[in-house]
Design a protein around this ligand. Structure first.
Ligand SMILES: Nc1ncnc2c1ncn2[C@@H]1O[C@H](COP(=O)(O)OP(=O)(O)OP(=O)(O)O)[C@@H](O)[C@H]1O
Length: 355
């Protein structure tokens, strides 16, 4: 494979004008720096601007303003064929009348490469994808997952600097999605290609990415690795978008070195935080359902929901006029609390995070 490229986006903006002459700011001056070989996922709710961002990187959409560097070159005004990118589409976009080999070879033939080089490169990719036995099949003779693998092979064979994915797994069933997700990760790690992947599926983003970019209404809310995004969300939007989040109120008592001592409904917690709060400030704190210890005794609440999920048990508990979600692992052979039971619990101090 060729060297992976760096992708840098500067003040990128896309404003659409609708046929009623209204302005829609799809992407609002975003900045992003992706290292060579990184796998970056753009994640966000429907309409947040992730597809428009990807399409601008690919050259299918022209930016209203801003720069897109692939390596050292600003490609923002170039056509897709003049950029060093390849794209894997949601609907596979394979040629139905061509067999797998010819589908994968298509782009190389357009480049007029010698026949033996085309054969060598396609064979190498088929081997990498463990698809040697499929070379002579046509798309209609393959499952959706197999077709998506061909579509990935077709993008990889181009040996581009940047690989782009537009929700490639959303047409596959849940089990196959997980299998393909792992397969994409394996292949990306093997070839080391810089990759940008758009999805609205958070588990896909968590399972695939070196870095996750959370978008909301055309803006980037946070960029971080999956652990940072989950454990240290920048704001309530990110906390609620990734996983389940309980958000509770607290009042700062004092700062003790790197900790803030915070009163949460009469109980004091020492929370690690570099935020600039003073004593008396009201703060909002996120606590994940699995970081609430149901063998602790700091609080007592009434159970309003109790659901056995096999690997874990989910409770909902009244907490000062709000509902807290609690997730309890390995519930087998343990006491299960029913609705209307009282349940005592504590927060895991290390898992508390102040916005
Ligand atoms: N051609 C267009 N004309 C006008 N508005 C557009 C056009 N394309 C996209 N938009 C708007 O830009 C915003 C961002 O759209 P985009 O498709 O990038 O979102 P998305 O995050 O990819 O959503 P989804 O997950 O539903 O695909 C939306 O409000 C959308 O309605």
């Amino acid at each position: 494979m060729k060297n992976a490229k760096r992708l840098k986006i500067e003040n990128l903006n896309k404003t659409f004008i609708t046929n009623k002459n209204q302005k829609v700011v799809a992407v609002n001056n975003i900045n992003l720096d992706i290292e060579p070989g990184e796998f970056v996922t753009i994640l966000g709710p429907s309409g947040c601007g992730k597809t428009t961002t990807l399409r601008m990187i690919a050259g299918f959409e022209m930016p209203t303003e801003g720069k897109i560097y692939i390596g050292d070159e600003d490609v923002a005004s170039k056509t897709p064929d003049k950029r060093d990118t390849a794209m894997v589409f949601q609907n596979y976009a394979l040629f139905p009348h061509m067999n797998v080999f010819d589908n994968i070879a298509y782009g190389l033939k357009l480049q007029k490469l010698p026949e033996n080089e085309i054969k060598e490169r396609v064979s190498r990719i088929l081997k990498l994808m463990k698809m040697e036995d499929f070379a002579t099949r046509v798309p209609s003779q393959m499952s959706g997952g197999q077709q998506q693998r061909v579509s990935l092979a077709r993008a990889l064979v181009m040996e581009s600097g940047i690989l782009l994915f537009d929700e490639p797994l959303s047409n596959l069933d849940a089990k196959l999605r997980i299998h393909m997700r792992d397969e994409i990760r394996r292949i990306q790690k093997t070839v080391g290609i810089t990759s940008v992947y758009v999805t609205h599926d958070q588990s896909e983003a968590m399972g695939l990415s070196d870095k996750i970019v959370i978008m909301n209404a055309g803006n980037i809310e946070q960029v971080g690795n999956p652990i940072e995004i989950y454990q240290k969300p920048k704001n309530e939007f990110v906390a609620n978008f990734i996983g389940k989040a309980n958000i509770v109120d607290g009042i700062v008592k004092e700062r003790i070195e790197e900790y803030l001592e915070v009163d949460i409904h009469g109980v004091e917690y020492k929370i690690k935080s570099n935020k600039n709060y003073k004593s008396g400030d009201k703060v909002r704190i996120v606590i994940r359902p699995e970081a609430i210890d149901i063998f602790g005794e700091d609080f007592t609440g009434v159970v309003t929901k109790s659901i056995f999920m096999g690997q874990h048990h989910e409770y909902e508990v009244e907490f000062f006029g709000e509902k807290l979600e609690i997730s309890y692992n390995n519930p087998i052979n343990r006491k299960i609390h029913d609705v209307d039971d009282k349940l005592s619990f504590s927060f895991d101090t290390k898992a508390l995070h102040i916005f």
